[in-house]
Design a protein around this ligand. Sequence first.
Ligand SMILES: C[S@@+](CC[C@H](N)C(=O)[O-])C[C@H]1O[C@@H](n2cnc3c(N)ncnc32)[C@H](O)[C@@H]1O
Length: 318
Amino acid sequence: MEKQHAGASEKNGRMPYEGFFEEETSQRQEDPPAGEVLDSFSKIFEGYGLDFTRYKANFLKRRLDRRMSILGIGAYQDYADFLKNNRKEFEELFRSFSINVTNFFRDPTVYEVFSSTIVPSMISNAGQSGKIRVWSAGCASGEEPYSIAIMFSRVLEKTRDLTVEIIASDISQKAIEWARLGRYPSKSLENLPVEVIGKHFTPVGEEEDKEYEICQFIKNMVSFGMSDILSSDARGLDAIFCRNVLIYYEKEAQDLILSKFHQILKPTGYLVLGMDETMLGRRCEKLFSPLMARERIYQKIDPAKGTKELGKIAIQQG
Ligand SMILES: C[S@@+](CC[C@H](N)C(=O)[O-])C[C@H]1O[C@@H](n2cnc3c(N)ncnc32)[C@H](O)[C@@H]1O
């Protein structure tokens, strides 16, 4: 995996790569529409077992364009022919679909608000079970689930009889391998307070290529697995962090994912999206109420108190 770490300029978690909103930029006149380009690739993708239909067409086309420019191939048909019998190239292309940019405590205010407002109510909801389960869906190289674990570790210091389990998954095997290892270059830690680094990381390696490994206590709070969000069997969750993942997908797929989240969250469960993601004006708006709209923190609307609209969505998702 080409491991991309966000640097200081991405302090606020804005993605440094060409974001989805790039698709709003005007198309070059000679460019064929993305849908048309993808039609000629659909059979090839299917042959490799890739269901690309849920991804945004313009996003996929940009990935094709980038691979073609790296390889010096000008015509889509030539690239299609090249791809057809070349698994290695398909793997390169697939890797480029997965953008792993992330950082620790991405959008710090989200963590501040979540920690001061939501965590206390999660603890009181945990009740006698004393268990809190959080899913980091699309966790990339692990910075997000480890940040969640660090956030909860402060609570665990003060609260006895509480267990916090963080499930972290990603569609990319390579990302999960990095995440499990939990080693990061010093650049990845440059926005973290010194006391957080001192407490939760151990320096490893020689000076010139020194890395920082997340401590065992935090590692033990997180279990990593490779899976697609839609096929994951996570259940009974108190909160889901799914940040900067939905932006890859077409609206219908986003609705499907959000409906799934609604099903598997506990009745009072919380959902945290990325700063560029919103439920405003969506069918799924009926499934979640915005608690802190600016921070993209939502709470599940309990189906028991739901509206007709809610029932309709639940039926449609089957
Ligand atoms: C831009 S990163 C976001 C990482 C982290 N959530 C954050 O906000 O910093 C998006 C991650 O989502 C993963 N991803 C994309 N589609 C996915 C899917 N269907 N299931 C699981 N992971 C997915 C990608 O592999 C990538 O690692």
